[in-house]
Design a protein around this ligand. Sequence first.
Ligand code: C5P
Length: 241
Amino acid sequence: MLSEDRARESVIIALDCARDEAISLADSLSGRACWVKVGMTLFYAEGPSIVSEMHRRGLKVFLDLKLHDIPFQVRGAARSASLAGADILSIHGMGSAEMVAQARAGVEEAAGHRAGQRTRLVAISVLTSMSQESLEEIGVTLPLEEEVARLAALSVGAGSDGIVCSPREASDMRCRLGEAALIVTPGVRPAGSELGDQRRVSTPASAIAAGASMLVLGRPITRAQDPAGAFEGIVRELVEG
Ligand code: C5P
């Protein structure tokens, strides 16, 4: 069970759509929701101005760019994303501890130009689209769960504020990473809603109970007849537990 304010702060709405639809969703959620997620499709089409457009509507932005490159480049990219206004930014843990540390350095540098407000970093461990077979294909022979735990610990140890994982892994990750880690979980579906292409899902209340700090929900809100109403239903579920 969460307070109403905490519940509103815990839901990140994934705007996986084109600009006009994203703006109209943001208008209908403004004043109710606190967070949206802007992914590569929307960001590459619209650039940094889409982040400001969300901020103007009172919405904080999880910029899901999943940075993965040489450490020098990632430091610059993290700095630029932070200067664009990202409140949370995603990076790939697989890029190495040094890459994560340089991403942290990039957002620290940018904080100097943002009144000390530092973008928080979350690391992707193993993409949920990957299987044991596809890991083996790229030469990783550890069991998938061990690889997730290893990369999560490496990322947080190197300066990431937290990780992105499925709700099913949230409780194990909370135990391993401790109370301070930001644990962000997609793959969340209110009871009775369409799964779409998600397979390993939990309800909002059970994901929070398992230890998630924040939930990413897209289609259950953005494809609803009444997105604001769907968001309020999720807030109610989190408040009631
Ligand atoms: O519409 P839906 O609720 O399935 O959207 C979930 C969002 O979370 C999408 O933006 C998707 O890209 C993202 N995501 C995910 N699984 C991950 C990481 C991110 O579904 N492991």
